[in-house]
Design a protein around this ligand. Sequence first.
Ligand SMILES: CCC/C(=N\NC(=N)N)c1ccc(NC(=O)c2cc3cc(OC)ccc3[nH]2)cc1
Length: 322
Amino acid sequence: QSNLPKEFSEKYLITKKIGAGVCGEVKLAFERATCKKVAVKTINKKDFPASLGTATRNAEREIQILKKIDHPCLIKTEDFFQTDDSYYIVLELMEGGELFDRVKSKNQIEESIAKLYFYQMLKAVEYLHNNGIIHRDLKPENVLLSSQDDICVIKITDFNQSKILEESALMRTLCGTPTYLAPEVFTDAVTVGYSSAVDAWSLGVVLFVCLAGYPPFHPNAQTGLSVRDQITQGIYTFIPSKWDGISDDAKDVVKRLLLVDPNARLTIEEALHHPWLMDEAMKETAECIMYPRDSGDAAEADAAEADASTTKRSREDDDDEQ
Ligand SMILES: CCC/C(=N\NC(=N)N)c1ccc(NC(=O)c2cc3cc(OC)ccc3[nH]2)cc1
């Protein structure tokens, strides 16, 4: 509690460390006024003395993104403080911790649960892409679970590597008539244009790890290839003992996301329409936990509905009378 900003300590009581990341740690805290549990992520500015400037710029951009986004499967900030050497970001507490630890403890996640989590990740990344944001660092450590239950809301976090897609001069150039345009301008475009596909690839890796309990690209693979070569050549194995009980539809989603050619890879949109995700029961469950209508709202909604039908009926009665 020592070097915390005074107004922070007055508002929150920090208790224990609950998670540790590369650029800071996560602590459990209580909002003194309400006794509500929250998570506090500290991001140390000094951690990267070499790139001090970028660390601060990154954090500022991340906080700008965090304040702008609003989706049930993206982490929400509740408060924000800074000192000259750290940022303190107050977040909703995700009691289930990181997906990384859940996969580790369960070894493999049951297919129907993996599908529920994956659907929520797709909806979150669909929202980011529709808002011109690419995450670029999707991994199980950056997916948080709202509770210890299997059926729970997931939230994507850590926008440290995220990029905001702004209208670039290159994009404007590509809209005009290319009469005098050199060929490499197009190929450069190909590399720049596909950046949102990087998130689709990463989600493919996350899905693979959830379903199989091991990563598709890893150091001591039989191939003797470096991880980098396995990735650039798209070489991975469905180990039978791990994949036998898993549906062909699930395997197909993974195969179509882990395609080296970004052009051929499933987009987030296409993944949402893959047969494996055409599961009404799962989607209903997801919508229910993502957009809970707690009793108040439900009662209110029903009342509004009832009211609407009475006015409609009375109008009909009036019409009958005329
Ligand atoms: C600053 C907001 C984005 C962010 N990281 N950003 C970054 N690394 N630059 C970030 C990174 C990690 C977390 N983690 C958590 O909130 C969290 C809650 C939690 C609970 C746990 O057990 C109950 C265990 C780990 C947990 N991590 C929240 C936000």
